[in-house]
Design a protein around this ligand. Structure first.
Ligand code: FE2
Length: 295
């Protein structure tokens, strides 16, 4: 069995002006991920973090106390979550709320994530999400990349929740499948503060689950593969501040709880291909007022 100490770390690339190089394409096809260092300048990371702090400052926590957890379905039953595909909404860490529903820490240290349309609704997030280097890279991977979902993930010190093994195409499904995740480290992320792990090459396996919206509006997880996850060829996706991690939609990935004293802020943007069909039973949907846009 693989232990923490013998788990390899993913190879890294450097950003280029020409977007996706042939070497990057080959690695992405083989591994299902890319780690590109120094993709975003430090000051741009700081600017996005400052903007997230401003957004949290304007959040009325008394009005919405929705906890996000990958281990329970409580958030999936909340309209506040169900209708967040074309909004900017705030979800709390499970361990930031006590049994009586009260916050156990200040608001800015209690939030798990912000989602899911900052990239279209907030000018600072929109500019970050449409930076030229990223557009070039996305256009090398997808025929007609559309920016579908954004999340700002806090992975708070001490309580940042575990994100269990999953594939992003479970949540953002197209026919044929086209979801690609662009995950930006806004702070250093490694195994000590809840950095990501992935199963190298695991994107060549089938989609295991679909998170769907039923005709009555309820969200449910449909199991397509019932055998348990086999943790195989697991690598650390360590990412220094400013790194971009690109994730194939079928790549199994995971991040542990953050029990350290360091936060691990990250921003993630998911694109799909406009050439593919986006079925109406996807959980994430948008009103006609906010059509999907590209770069
Ligand atoms: Fe993910």
């Amino acid at each position: 069995m693989q232990t923490l100490s013998d788990r390899p770390t993913a190879r890294t690339f450097r950003a280029t002006d020409s977007g996706l190089t042939a070497e990057m394409r080959a690695a992405f096809e083989t591994d299902g991920y890319l780690v590109i260092e120094d993709f975003v300048p430090m000051d741009l990371c700081d600017r996005l973090m400052a903007r997230a702090t401003e957004l949290v400052g304007g959040f009325d926590i008394e009005a919405h106390r929705t906890v996000f957890s990958t281990k329970s379905v409580a958030h999936a039953t909340a309209l506040y979550f169900q209708e967040s595909g074309d909004a900017i909404r705030f979800f709390l860490e499970e361990e930031a709320v006590d049994a009586a529903g009260n916050l156990t820490r200040p608001k800015e240290l209690a939030i798990n994530k912000i989602g899911h349309a900052m990239h279209d609704l907030d000018p600072v997030f929109s500019e970050f999400s449409r930076q030229a280097h990223l557009a070039a890279l996305a256009k090398g991977l997808l025929q007609d990349p559309l920016l579908l979902q954004s999340m700002y993930i806090f992975k708070q010190p001490g309580i940042g929740g575990e994100v269990s093994w999953h594939q992003d195409s479970t949540y953002l499904y197209t026919e044929p499948m086209s979801c690609i995740g662009f995950w930006f480290a806004l702070e250093d992320a490694d195994s000590s503060n809840g950095g990501m792990l992935a199963m190298r090459g695991g994107h060549r396996g089938p989609l295991r689950q679909r998170f769907r919206r039923l005709p009555d509006g309820k969200l449910e997880t449909e199991k397509l593969v019932t055998t348990p996850w086999l943790e195989k060829d697991v690598v650390n996706l360590d990412a220094r501040k400013g790194s971009l991690v690109v994730l194939h939609g079928l790549l199994p990935h995971y991040s542990s709880a953050n029990r350290s004293t360091r936060s691990r802020h990250a921003y993630t943007l998911h694109c799909i291909d406009g050439a593919c069909r986006y079925p109406a039973d996807n959980w994430l949907r948008r009103g006609d007022h906010l059509p999907l846009r590209g770069f």
